[in-house]
Design a protein around this ligand. Structure first.
Ligand SMILES: [Zn+2]
Ligand SMILES: [Zn+2]
Length: 672
């Protein structure tokens, strides 16, 4: 028998007999508990049962790895289909891919209930314990058609995907067989940490004219802990869901009559937004920004020049046309489609709800002659923009159709890019730091070196890219360079924050732009007396106020730091007798600028505390006989810790100091 040279490590070579499987090698080298679910043989993913017939390199794919999880989840979808067929022999399995955190499988069958789901999951566990071998078979097209003759969906897949004479593989476990390329786990016993979660309706080929299918979703992980952690995370995420908390805490409202994706900031939410805007504005003032205001619409010509129209029409609200022009066109018998063609061709003008603030700011720049002494010119606006999102994409405050960006445009000389990008980064650092969002990372989008789609000189790009990289480095947080992720008009920096439960949120961006100054022919007079073209930097580091506040609601689980809390002190009376004194306390706190709410209703003290605790004020003040007699208050924080008989003046001073320091956590009780 000839021997094979099998590379098993960086340069470790073992000798095996022909006929040895990839799994044998891995067991031999990495032990029985290697956690391998499949193997990579000479760069290709293979089943552990893959038989080695030539010299090769073999490495394990462990269940924890990304590829391994994919295989586990894909294998779990087969297990699900097998279990479903045990109960519903007439169900037709269609497709069953792995997805993030798990898998699904679509079946042509009658709808099932939650009890059915539990029963199917139990059957999957049983099939796992039975330790069925999962085997791969190769078949020609004729044999495949015979095997799946009673499943028109699989036949349709074959018609589409398998060329004449190509054949394919199937995977078999017990009496279940599925058309599949694999690889798969070696036995069903490997599949242990899964959980079926829900069902939904899907259409074959995502086409609503085709058959309606039952989709069954499941989770699958490589270990018990990983599955448990994920389930805990999902439960925690549901509790923190800003759509739920936003309603419970009366922070915002989305109203069908106003329109989907259009956020109404209610008084309590408006406080949070306003505090944040003030905070950001203070920094911008320190950094030499100028505040501007611009209207919500602009002429189509503006957006033709910027390039936003007609190219991004599908993500914009349709244009507005002047009434006189409309009347004239209608007299001429112009049809809707002619109107839109005329508009696109630039033959009639109209207005667009602004999809971006940049063109307006550019016209402010261009409104007077600029010299190098005016630069950098930094124009900031909490500017509201409108984008058309598909209704299926809209969600709470994080995917909306109208939003206010923390926007600014910097008009700079080439030499000023590095310092200005750094300034943007410092703002982000300061604000994330204050909000206790220490866990964030930065992505630097660079050119694709092999592409020629980029505007601007290559040497200028090199400088701008290294400016972005240096700025990102200076943060001292994790950052990655992403080649090919730059826009065609310049490199960019994106901010991604990880919340307390490990989810990532993409916030805003800092973007260098060589293109718009060109399109609008912007100029400044240089020290040499010649005309030069400025570079623009767009920056909206927190994205939009809607998205940012949505993320903050989830980050804080509705328990905002005192300075951001919609109400900072809720005053609660124990009985009717304390009404007068409660009003005096409230007046004193309000005159110190503290946001106060008073509950002097007839409800029991227990009920009042429960009701107000649910609103997560920073502090509750309880007013009874003793407090009224002594001119004091009793304070209660969110954790339920209490401090009795604190003088009003003392409390006012301490709370004011806490608000001014923008402390991340309320800390008036328990420190001393
Ligand atoms: Zn498969
Ligand atoms: Zn912009």
């Amino acid at each position: 028998m000839s021997m094979l040279q099998v590379t098993v490590g960086d340069d470790e070579v073992h000798e095996y007999a022909t006929g040895t499987t990839a799994g044998d090698v891995i067991r031999n080298v990495h032990g029985r508990k290697s956690g391998a679910v499949a193997a990579v043989v000479d760069g290709e993913q293979k089943d552990l049962s893959f038989i080695l017939t030539k010299d090769c390199k073999v490495t394990p794919i462990t269940g924890e790895s990304e590829d391994g999880l994919y295989i586990l989840r894909h294998s779990c979808s087969h297990l699900l289909a097998q279990a479903v067929l045990e109960f519903y022999p007439d169900a037709k399995p269609t497709i069953g891919p792995p997805i993030e955190h798990g898998f699904y499988y679509d079946f042509h069958m009658d709808p099932i209930t939650d009890e059915d789901l539990a029963r199917i999951e139990k059957k999957m566990q049983e099939l796992s314990r039975t330790n069925l071998l999962v085997t791969r078979e190769e078949h020609d097209n004729a044999s495949l058609r015979e095997m799946f003759a009673d499943n028109p969906f699989k036949i349709e897949i074959m018609d589409d995907k398998i060329e004449d004479g190509a054949g394919s593989t199937v995977y078999r476990q017990g009496d279940f067989v599925d058309l599949c390329r694999g690889p798969h786990v070696a036995t069903t016993a490997v599949l242990r940490w899964f959980k079926l979660t829900s069902t939904s309706t899907a259409f074959w080929r995502a086409d609503s004219d085709r058959e309606s299918l039952v989709r069954i979703y499941g989770l699958c992980f490589a270990s018990k802990d990983a599955l448990k952690n994920h389930q805990t995370m999902v439960r925690e995420a549901a509790k923190r869901d800003h759509r739920k908390l936003g309603k419970d805490l009366q922070l915002f409202h989305i109203d069908e009559m106003v329109g989907a994706g259009l956020v109404l900031w209610t008084p309590r939410g408006a406080v949070v937004r306003n505090e944040l805007q003030n905070f950001i504005s203070e920094h911008l003032a320190r950094q030499g920004y100028h505040q501007v205001y611009t209207p919500h619409i602009g002429k189509l010509d503006l957006y033709r020049t910027s390039g936003h129209y007609p190219y991004y029409q599908e993500s914009q609200y349709p244009p507005l046309v002047e009434r006189d022009l409309m009347a004239k066109l209608s007299d001429e018998g112009c049809s809707c489609s002619e109107l839109s063609n005329l508009m696109e061709a630039g033959e009639i003008d109209g207005y667009l709800l602004k999809p971006m603030n940049c063109p307006h700011h550019i016209r402010i720049y261009a409104s007077q002659p600029r010299s190098y002494r005016d630069l950098p010119l930094r124009l900031a606006e909490f500017g509201t923009v409108y984008r058309w999102e598909q209704s299926g994409e809209i969600s709470g405050m994080t995917r909306v159709r109208g939003f206010t960006q923390d926007d600014a445009h910097l008009f700079v000389t080439e030499d000023q890019i590095a310092e200005e990008v750094l300034g943007c980064i410092e703002l982000v650092e300061e604000i994330f730091g204050t909000l206790g969002m220490e866990d964030y990372r930065v992505r630097v989008g660079m050119r694709d070196p092999d592409s020629s789609k980029y505007v601007g000189e290559s040497a200028a790009w090199d400088r701008a890219e290294s400016a972005c990289l240096e700025a990102a480095q200076s943060l001292g947080v994790e950052f990655i360079e992403e080649e090919g992720e730059a826009a065609f008009y310049g490199p960019k920096i994106d901010f991604v924050v990880r919340d307390v439960i490990g989810r990532e949120w993409q916030l805003g961006t800092v973007q260098v732009d060589y293109n718009l100054p060109e399109r609008f022919e912007l100029e400044y007079a240089g020290a040499d007396g010649e005309k030069h073209r400025p570079v623009m930097i767009h920056r909206a580091p927190f994205g939009s106020m809607e998205r940012f506040v949505g993320v903050l609601i989830e980050h804080f689980a509705g328990r905002f730091p005192t300075w951001l809390a919609p109400t900072q002190a809720h005053i609660i009376t124990i009985s009717e007798k304390h009404k007068q004194y409660a009003a005096e306390v409230a007046a004193q706190l309000k005159s110190a600028g503290i946001r106060v709410e008073v509950d002097d209703s007839d409800n029991t003290i227990g009920k009042k505390i429960r009701t107000h605790r649910a609103m997560h004020p920073a502090y509750m003040l309880i007013i009874g006989d003793e407090e009224t007699a002594n001119g004091t208050v009793s304070i209660r924080n969110r954790a339920g810790d209490q401090a009795a008989n604190v003088s009003i003046q003392q409390f006012t001073d301490d709370l004011t100091a806490e608000i001014q320091s923008r402390a991340a956590e309320p800390s008036l009780i328990g420190e001393d």
